[in-house]
Design a protein around this ligand. Structure first.
Ligand SMILES: [Zn+2]
Length: 404
């Protein structure tokens, strides 16, 4: 035996192993993001890997129940029929959770994007007690995950918070509309016996909602946009080349606290004239003369029926949004603006006014092809984005899920 053979795990072997793990993630990511299912030959073409390597990687992913095969289809090319590969359903999942100003939610999503379980509960969490709210979230988590089949493996969970999160382990530094400051959300969640062992990470609500939108837009080739998430508060996120730009601490995107009128009303953050005070849900309902607890559908219904107060409220909000977004686009140079949260169903009323503001205030507008869209992901996008954040780590490095 030579000395070379006596060190089977030398640097070169380790590099080989790393490369294999990297390629495993590459192949899984391609299968998950593909707008139409890919065959092994398609993946070989897309990656430049050999057909044999792709087959071996795909087989490992199938064995691990991360990928499934569909019935073979005859391909255009000569030879054997192609077997389309798709993300496996109902095998590996993650939990997305959200605490927002007027609801709590828990959603379980698998690798294929299917929702396996969900509960969303409406309540008023303005100036709420964090311990009580996190306690209820822990109960909801147990109720939703307790109803799932035992064959489903859980990759972990992520919680969306409408405020500034200091690292994924917390604390939540500030959630102005909840009235929370320096709350150890992870510690409180783990203080409940039923969720004491649950892997949980924190992130900003708009960041996670933008992530869900980025997942939805990637297959159609749209990778960069400014996302605005309307709720009681207004969040934002800048997505560049498919990734959310977090800023130095992950605190970027606080578009709701951009000042649109320094002489405007006092904001929950302590400043005055923030965008939220003109275009947040409470501001919209108040200026339409409607009860703050009513759903936005009531405001939209009134606007569609031609109610002057409802229409004026939407126009005022759209003008404030237009001002803030024009400032933001001048700063960051993106050409797509996506309206999420409550703004997606309001888009027909908002877009013409926002569009006009962008065209008249953004310096590069004549050349940049600026466009404002309603979000693709409508239904509690941050819940989906939170689950996606966890699953994304599995997709990038599936090696830890191969042997179970
Ligand atoms: Zn503010």
């Amino acid at each position: 035996m030579t000395s070379r053979q006596s060190t089977p795990l030398g640097a070169s072997a380790i590099r080989q192993a790393n490369l294999r793990e990297h390629n495993l993630g590459l192949v899984l990511r391609l299968i998950i993001d593909a707008p139409v299912p890919l065959s092994r030959a398609d993946i070989a073409t897309a990656t430049g890997l050999t057909r044999a390597t792709v087959s071996s990687l795909a087989d490992r992913l199938i064995m691990a129940a991360l990928v499934a095969e569909l019935p073979p289809v005859m391909s255009q090319r000569a030879g054997r029929p192609a077997v389309p590969l798709v993300p496996a359903r109902g095998t590996l999942a993650a939990v997305g959770m959200e605490i927002n100003v007027d609801y709590l939610g828990v959603r379980v999503v698998d690798l294929s994007g299917d929702v396996l379980g969900q509960q969303v509960e409406s309540a008023d969490f303005r100036s709420s007690d964090p311990i009580a709210v996190i306690g209820r979230l822990s109960e909801l988590y147990s109720e939703v995950t307790g109803g799932l089949g035992t064959e489903i493996r859980m990759a972990g969970s992520a919680l969306a918070i409408p405020g500034l999160v200091d690292r994924s382990t917390g604390p939540v530094r500030l959630a102005p509309n909840l009235g929370w400051r320096d709350v150890d959300v992870v510690g409180e969640f783990h203080a409940h016996p039923a969720t004491s062992q649950v892997l949980i990470r924190l992130d900003n609500e708009a960041t996670l909602a933008a992530r869900a939108e980025a997942d939805a837009l990637r297959p159609i080739g749209l990778f960069s946009f400014l996302y605005v998430s309307g709720e009681v508060g207004i969040g934002g996120a800048l997505v560049v080349d498919g990734g959310v730009f977090g800023g130095r601490h992950g605190w970027s995107g606080e578009i709701g606290h951009m000042v649109v009128d320094p002489a405007g009303p006092l904001c929950r953050c302590g400043s005055t004239g923030c965008l939220e005070q003109f275009a947040g849900k409470d501001a919209l309902m108040r200026s339409a003369g409607m009860d703050l607890d009513l759903p936005v559908e009531d405001l939209l219904h009134a606007a569609r029926s031609g109610d002057a107060s409802a229409l004026a409220s939407l126009t005022l909000a759209a003008q404030a949004l237009g001002t803030a977004l024009a400032n933001a686009v001048n700063l960051v140079d993106v050409e797509n603006v996506v309206l999420g949260g409550i703004y997606a169903p309001m888009a027909p009323f908002l877009i013409p006014v926002i569009d006009e503001a962008l065209r008249s205030r953004v310096l590069s507008a004549p050349w940049s092809g600026l466009c404002v869209y309603p979000a693709e992901v409508r239904d509690y996008a941050a819940l989906t984005g939170a689950a996606s954040a966890v699953l994304s780590d599995v997709i990038d490095d599936p090696s830890g899920w191969l042997d179970s």
